[in-house]
Ligand binder design. Structure first.
Ligand code: ZN
Length: 337
């Protein structure tokens, strides 16, 4: 653990295997009525690594003769790398699980969770040929990948959260007021936590220091995302961003503007490609291959998310239209952007 701001500690889960899967940042706002922000993964090893680090923070406070009592844990949103550890951390640390109504509905059980994160939504942009064989293959693949992902994340569902809060509210942490506000974009149930006096904002998965972050259907929404970035950028006293992956961001306004610009460039890049192939049209797969000319397959798979959302936005704004045949969907320009 590392003290990233006086009284705020960053714990990075320590992964021995599958190191390519990025660890989640768990933050401890330490003090007499402290809070843990984000629940991380739920495997025994990762949960134990968090418990050990929390113990070190407690020892540090005891050594300094300062009171420490962690009373609650609050996730930024209900993706598995943020909620899987909630139950086990509650049991081990005696904290209450605090969630919004939206999160509570999703993390309640396996069925609701699977429904919220169903992975067939790329079909609207990528595959039109839905022969039985292909349908069966994609069904089995998605079942298999869900199974392994659940195994890797060590997910446990939370039937009985201790406290349901509004997604637009204020809470007291160590007698200081923190604002919670909805920040959909990456996922619809995403919230942010902000303390104006300290100038600290927890952005969850909406904003990172060195990567642009995942966006994709069905959870993400590009318009919501841009609005959330706008809200971040209008915060009066923003000095430090603490994201759910990677390092703290010490130049928050600059980074927010970079990401806004990045998304605008992506919109333009996709539209320009569609415009370039205005005669024959272009499929989403071709768009990805043209953007990531030397990209690895996994990068291209991940990119399907933002490309789908960008196409959705361009269609909704009437900049492009589609022609569907039995085998593919081709996109054509309506007007210049
Ligand atoms: Zn997420």
């Amino acid at each position: 653990m590392k003290e990233v701001f006086p009284g705020i500690f960053l714990i990075k889960e320590v992964r021995k295997f599958l190191k390519f899967i990025e660890s989640t940042n768990i933050y401890v706002i330490a003090g007499p009525d402290g809070l843990i922000y984000d629940g991380g993964y739920g495997t025994k090893r990762l949960v134990n690594s968090v418990i050990n680090e929390v113990q070190k923070i407690k020892e540090l406070y005891q050594y300094k003769n300062e009171r420490i009592n962690l009373t609650r844990i609050l996730p930024s949103h209900s993706h598995s790398d943020h909620i899987s550890g909630l139950s086990k951390l509650r049991k081990a640390l005696g904290v209450k699980i605090m969630v919004t109504k939206d999160m509570a509905n999703i993390i309640m059980d396996k069925q609701r969770y699977a429904y919220a994160y169903r992975s067939d939504s790329y079909r609207d942009y990528f595959i039109i040929n839905s022969g039985l064989k292909r349908k069966l293959k994609s069904y089995l693949l998605s079942k298999l990948s869900n199974f392994f992902w659940n195994l890797i994340s060590g997910i446990s569902f939370v039937k009985d959260p201790d406290e349901i809060i509004d997604d637009n509210t204020e809470i007291l942490i160590n007698d200081e007021t923190w604002k919670i506000f909805p920040s959909p974009g990456h996922s619809f149930d995403h919230i942010s936590l902000y303390n104006e006096e300290k100038g600290i904002l927890f952005t969850g998965d909406n904003l990172f220091k060195s990567i642009s972050g995942w966006l994709g259907p069905p959870e993400s929404n590009l318009d919501d995302y841009m609005k959330t970035l706008e809200i971040y950028s209008n915060l009066k006293n923003l000095k430090l961003i603490l994201p759910a992956h990677g390092e703290p961001i010490e130049n928050p306004k600059e980074r927010i503007n970079e990401i806004i610009l990045h998304r605008e460039n992506r919109n333009k890049q996709v539209f320009d490609l569609i415009n370039e192939f205005r005669e024959e049209g272009i499929t989403s797969k071709q768009i990805i291959n043209k953007i990531y000319t030397n990209g690895r397959n996994i990068i291209k798979q991940i990119a399907r998310g933002w490309v789908s959302l960008t196409l959705k936005k361009l269609e909704a704004e009437n900049h492009i239209y589609r022609k569907e045949s039995k085998k593919e969907i081709r996109f054509f320009p309506v007007n210049k952007l």
